[in-house]
Design a protein around this ligand. Structure first.
Ligand code: ARG
Length: 396
């Protein structure tokens, strides 16, 4: 009996070869698959892992935990990285790391392994998270270590070692999918000027193929979290999956960006998050109704920081935990309903209402019934501008 290692297994080429490579290094490999809504054929992958030499294969359904404890925290924070990325991949990593560590403890493993390269953010997220949760576990990042330099060399290794794979020498893109969204990179996308062809996208229709007529959806929030879709109470996972389909059909949720990776390089990435963008816009619209100006503006700064924390792999840190407490405090008033119009790639807020609304018609109105005492404005304006009176010259 070798020492046990828990491997984050995807069923693809790298991690399949990884099973064999780790076995040859003397490990008993436990293939660990986290179900975060990526709709993989887990049964097939389980069999594949075992046939490749894993001593055990585990499928861990983490969908609800992913939504409740990761996705919804990011939603409440309005976290968005560099204006285009709702962090689907980044949010899943600390949860998968936790699942791996739990499995390692249960199985008596001495190490965990992942198939990330040495150039990406995901290796950082996995390793920082694993280290925070259990500093005694060894981490084997085999793709960084092994001698297989190209995809073809991996395929040759797989053939020589009878590893069942479906891989082809050229894989068009590198893809990571979960129920909050998909991340697509590499291949032709490495040219930042190359326009991705329609086939790249998986969760959204293009504007041309999108539904011709607008779709209206009503989303009800309680304490900053969506609880009803079109009047129907739903758990978070079902709500996201349903909305993802509806919004994706309307062409909502694509982004194409060059982003700054933590390891210092810029990379071109395509994202789709149809439910994510719809909920992000709806949530912000509701916040604009119920949060006062100062809190609202301060929270925007927190949103930026929160997105960095998630992107940089710092989920299991005191700062993230403290910010979540602050954010939850702000969300006590984020109750109500937002009406959205989804049409040909446009996701517009067309209505919002809340029992905690701070909007006062009698103050805002330009019609009859105005309660705003405009006579007070003269003094307000004078005092507000006091420090600057006479300070500027017309000649510059
Ligand atoms: N750039 C994104 C991130 O760092 C996605 C990474 C995974 N993408 C992929 N296509 N495998 O979160």
């Amino acid at each position: 009996m070798g020492k046990k290692i828990v491997l984050a297994y995807s069923g693809g080429l790298d991690t399949s070869v990884g099973i064999k490579w780790l076995t040859k290094k003397g490990y008993d490999v436990i293939a660990y698959m986290a179900d975060v809504g990526q709709e993989s054929d887990f049964e097939t992958y389980k069999q594949r892992a075992l046939r490749t030499g894993a001593v055990k294969a585990i499928v861990d359904d983490l969908k609800d935990e992913f939504v409740e404890d990761f996705v919804f925290k990011a939603l409440k924070a309005d976290a968005l990285y560099e204006g285009g990325y709702l962090l689907a991949t980044a949010l899943s990593r600390p949860l998968i790391a936790k699942g791996m560590v739990k499995a390692a403890v249960e199985e008596g493993a001495v190490a965990v392994a992942h198939g990330c390269t040495g150039k990406g953010n995901d290796q950082v997220r996995f390793e920082v998270s694993i280290g925070a949760l259990d500093s005694k576990l060894d981490i084997v990042a085999f793709v960084r270590e092994w001698e297989l330099k190209t995809r073809q060399e991996e395929i040759d290794y797989a053939k020589k070692n009878n590893i069942p794979i479906e891989a082809t020498a050229k894989k068009p893109y590198s893809i990571d999918l979960n129920l909050w969204g998909i991340s697509i990179e590499s291949g032709k996308l490495e040219d930042p000027y190359f326009e991705p062809e329609g086939g790249v996208y998986q969760l959204t229709k293009g504007v041309d193929e999108a539904k011709k007529t607008p779709t209206y959806v009503e989303i009800e929030f309680k304490n900053g979290v969506p609880v009803k879709l079109d009047g129907k109470a739903m758990d978070g996972t079902s709500l996201i999956l349903k909305l993802s389909k509806v919004a994706g059909d309307a062409g909502i949720g694509r982004s194409d960006m060059v982003e700054n990776r933590l390891v210092g390089i810029k990379s071109r990435e395509i994202y789709e998050a149809p439910a994510g963008w719809t909920l992000y816009a709806a949530h912000k619209a509701l916040e604009s109704l119920v949060l006062d100006r100062e809190l609202s503006h301060f929270k925007e700064m927190i949103a930026l920081k929160y997105s960095e924390i998630v992107y940089y792999g710092l989920w299991y840190t005191p700062l993230r935990e403290a910010l979540d407490k602050f954010i939850d405090e702000t969300q006590k008033a984020v109750n109500g309903t937002v009406r959205m119009k989804l049409h040909k790639g446009n996701c517009s807020v067309v209505g919002r209402k809340s029992p905690d609304s701070l909007y006062k018609k009698e103050l805002a109105t330009y019609e009859k019934g105005d309660k705003f005492d405009q006579s007070l404005a003269k003094g307000f304006n004078r005092i507000w501008g006091l420090p600057y009176r006479g300070s500027q010259s017309l000649e510059k």
